[in-house]
Design a protein around this ligand. Structure first.
Ligand SMILES: *[C@@H]1O[C@H](CO)[C@@H](O)[C@H](O)[C@H]1NC(C)=O
Ligand SMILES: *[C@@H]1O[C@H](CO)[C@@H](O)[C@H](O)[C@H]1NC(C)=O
Ligand SMILES: *[C@@H]1O[C@H](CO)[C@@H](O)[C@H](O)[C@H]1NC(C)=O
Ligand SMILES: *[C@@H]1O[C@H](CO)[C@@H](O)[C@H](O)[C@H]1NC(C)=O
Ligand SMILES: *[C@@H]1O[C@H](CO)[C@@H](O)[C@H](O)[C@H]1NC(C)=O
Ligand SMILES: *[C@@H]1O[C@H](CO)[C@@H](O)[C@H](O)[C@H]1NC(C)=O
Ligand SMILES: *[C@@H]1O[C@H](CO)[C@@H](O)[C@H](O)[C@H]1NC(C)=O
Ligand SMILES: *[C@@H]1O[C@H](CO)[C@@H](O)[C@H](O)[C@H]1NC(C)=O
Ligand SMILES: *[C@@H]1O[C@H](CO)[C@@H](O)[C@H](O)[C@H]1NC(C)=O
Ligand SMILES: *[C@@H]1O[C@H](CO)[C@@H](O)[C@H](O)[C@H]1NC(C)=O
Length: 612
């Protein structure tokens, strides 16, 4: 949408005023309303849908997110359906529940890999809807639906949930929240099957093995049932802190908080939100503001223990929905979660008492959906462990912005950095182990507004480094490090065509890069992922509906691991795959692994969320 305050005549669904990138998407939160008029204050409108494309005689389309395959053992899985449900008018209703029991008839009870499979079909017109899958309040999957066509679509998401092993071995309640609204215009009903596959291990290993990477216990840090709008917390503004009380067993020797995050409404395109000074100077009352910097801050009993500078997931209706058909945006079908090492703080929460995690979002606008899972490892040989926090350093993010504009034209440079570091020891039957956890972040966002606000360009990079080091007096240190880089470029050129109609030309680059290094005295393991999308689109929009246009997407995915490599180079245009090459060659010589006969390279203490 343009930044000019043009009068719009078309009735809109509720998400109306969003910033730049939001032309089409919402992973939607709100019911459509007919009362709101669109004001042309933003480029990106949550909740664009595309009615007429492709034509009704086109075949059903299978949408997909490019990702590496899940490494499976050569065993026959024990599979069963967990839930079959048609999500029609489910907005604001309680999540759909079903009873979960671990597999009882499986010949083996030692599973190497467990896979959760989401399969859905939909036909008609519908927004992109955010949804979550929880087991016993522990979130297993955060995802966005694909937007249907009149010819019908289907898609499948497979997620390796082996990490939740201990939870999956107990009776639980499965909850799925997908807030959909069906009207005479938005006709799409999501037909969903959720299946789980348990793959027995190839060799029957000792059940108390060191191989298994999952925690012994996973505690939900989410909203309690029953509730009306999902099991995530909702953060509505920059001062909003949502929190959850919890208690851990007294024999924990390691703890990791896994945080799930998604952003919607006025912050769906937070990276394109305008500085308040610009909004005020130009009287753009409906444009989402607070500038383009956001961070999720996590506290434990009021002390900041970590942050998440999130990857810019673009949902399937986002910016230009035609870009995401059938190749969807990176992370949109399986939103990333982020791990924060809590082990240094164990000394403060091993007292058997109630403690509290809190979540807030710097500069937030309505609304962020956040919750977390606390993974804890128990000392099987002790009823109590002990610990102490030795050092903790966390200063607020240093944010600077340089604004240079005259009327609606100008440019803004926003930069930020932060680091959080904590060190503490835990004494267990494994010895007295000191853990040092450090997160460091840098952020830069250069935004250009041109053509009197009709042109918006965003160029953003987030660097997100984590390291966890453990030291035992008697042995050498071990470390796990992750280096993430999230580049984003969006070019959006808006032309008002009058009568509530506009056209838009978009170019976009979106990247998710991560290198992981796991090292100890015996060797190290390295993995690297480079995942990059380039996309170009044009569209004509009436109201919140794309009436014509075309989108093209090129994606290059290269994963190099110590066990396997995978690449895919795929391009699509106008719903059709033009080129698709898949292979297993490594991009570089990554045969760096020296493992001296110990499982997991000997990293028994840091076994855990290192997925290669
Ligand atoms: C779900 O499972 C049912 C029963 O097996 C099947 O008829 C239906 O087609 C499946 N739907 C999807 C979306 O896979
Ligand atoms: C789990 O649920 C099953 C089926 O309802 C039941 O037979 C079993 O006893 C339950 N197990 C536990 C530990 O409650
Ligand atoms: C922020 O959101 C919280 C939670 O909804 C609300 O109580 C509070 O009044 C809001 N603060 C502002 C300044 O809007
Ligand atoms: C401000 O923006 C104008 C127009 O883009 C540019 O010519 C000028 O060099 C900028 N000034 C500064 C200080 O960045
Ligand atoms: C913790 O680790 C970081 C990065 O590895 C290092 O720079 C720092 O000195 C360590 N701090 C302590 C207290 O050991
Ligand atoms: C992250 O690590 C990389 C590689 O060591 C380094 O170049 C970069 O400066 C680090 N960034 C931050 C924010 O610490
Ligand atoms: C947008 O992408 C098209 C096609 O790749 C290219 O020709 C054009 O120069 C790009 N425009 C901008 C402003 O990046
Ligand atoms: C992907 O394939 C296209 C078409 O063959 C090619 O031009 C491009 O260089 C490839 N990209 C990568 C990263 O291999
Ligand atoms: C897209 O494909 C449809 C047929 O599926 C065709 O009618 C239309 O002309 C194509 N659009 C473009 C811009 O290529
Ligand atoms: C990889 O590196 C090793 C050790 O440096 C070398 O022996 C090997 O030939 C290299 N392999 C390839 C494919 O370059």
């Amino acid at each position: 949408m343009s930044l000019k305050n043009t009068q719009a005549t078309t009735a809109q669904p509720p998400f109306m005023a969003f910033s730049l990138l939001s032309l089409l998407v919402f992973c939607l939160l709100l019911p459509p309303s007919t009362t709101a008029n669109i004001h042309k204050t933003t480029h990106f409108i949550p909740g664009l849908t595309s009615h007429p494309i492709p034509s009704t005689n086109a075949p059903s389309t299978t949408y997909f997110e490019v990702t590496k395959p899940i490494k499976l053992p050569r065993t026959k899985p024990c599979s069963y359906l967990l839930l079959h449900h048609d999500f029609g008018y489910t907005y604001g209703k309680p999540p759909v529940l079903s009873k979960y029991t671990p597999p009882s008839n499986c010949p083996s009870q030692n599973f190497a890999t467990i896979v959760l499979e989401w399969k859905a079909t939909c036909k008609g017109t519908q927004y992109d809807r955010i949804f979550g899958v929880w087991l016993g309040g522990v979130e297993l999957l955060r995802s966005c639906t694909a937007e249907p066509t009149t010819a019908g679509i289907d898609w499948t998401v497979k997620k390796d949930v082996t990490r939740y092993y201990s939870l999956l071995m107990t009776n639980q309640t499965l909850a799925v929240y997908l807030g959909n609204i069906v009207t005479s215009t938005y006709t799409g009903i999501y037909h969903v099957n959720i299946t789980i596959h348990f793959y027995p291990a190839e060799v029957n290993f000792n059940s108390d093995n060191w191989f298994r990477s999952g925690a012994d216990l996973i505690l939900p840090i989410s909203r309690n049932l029953p509730l009306n709008d999902g099991l995530w917390f909702e953060i509505e503004n920059s001062t909003d802190v949502e929190s959850k009380k919890f208690k851990i067993p007294q024999n924990v020797y390691r703890a990791v908080l896994e945080v799930y995050v998604s952003f919607h409404g006025d912050d769906e395109f937070w990276y394109a939100n305008l500085p308040n000074e610009y909004i005020i100077a130009n009287d753009l009352t409906d444009a989402p503001g607070n500038g383009p910097f956001r961070e999720v801050v996590v506290s434990l009993d009021g002390i900041v223990v970590g942050a998440v500078w999130p990857f810019t997931v673009i949902y399937t209706g986002g910016i230009n929905p035609l870009l995401w058909r059938p190749i969807t945006g990176i992370g949109s079908f399986d939103l990333p979660s982020y791990d924060i090492e809590i082990t240094p703080f164990l000394g403060t929460i091993l007292d058997g008492k109630v403690h509290e995690f809190g979540f807030s979002v710097t500069n937030a606008l309505d609304v962020w959906y956040i919750d977390a899972n606390l993974h804890v490892w128990l000392d099987k040989k002790n009823v109590k462990t002990q610990g102490q926090l030795l050092r903790h350093k966390s200063l607020p993010a240093v944010i600077s912005s340089v604004l240079n504009f005259t009327d609606l034209n100008g440019n803004f440079l926003t930069s930020a950095s932060r680091s959080i570091s904590s060190t503490g020891w835990v004494k267990s039957s494994h010895g007295k182990i000191t853990t040092n956890s450090t997160q460091s972040f840098t952020y830069s966002n250069f935004m250009v507004m041109g053509n009197d606000g009709d042109l918006q360009i965003v160029n953003q990079i987030i660097d997100f480094n984590d390291s966890v080091n453990t030291n035992m007096r008697s042995s050498s240190s071990q470390s796990i490090e992750s280096f993430k880089r999230f580049p984003l470029y969006v070019y959006s050129d808006y032309v008002d065509q009058g009568d509530g109609t506009y056209s838009d030309v978009t170019n976009l680059t979106l990247g998710f890069n991560e290198k992981r290094v796991k090292a100890d005295g015996f060797g190290f393991l390295v993995s690297s992922l480079k995942n990059l999308q380039n996309a170009q689109g044009v569209m004509l929009v009436i109201g919140s509906s794309v009436v014509s246009g075309v989108g093209s997407t090129q994606q290059a995915y290269q994963y190099d691991g110590s066990k396997f490599c995978y690449f895919r180079n795929v391009t699509s245009k106008n719903y059709t795959i033009l080129y698709d090459k898949v292979g297993n060659t490594c991009s570089k010589n990554i045969s760096l692994v020296r493992v001296l006969g110990l499982p997991n390279g000997g990293l028994f203490l840091l076994r855990g969320p290192f997925s290669e």
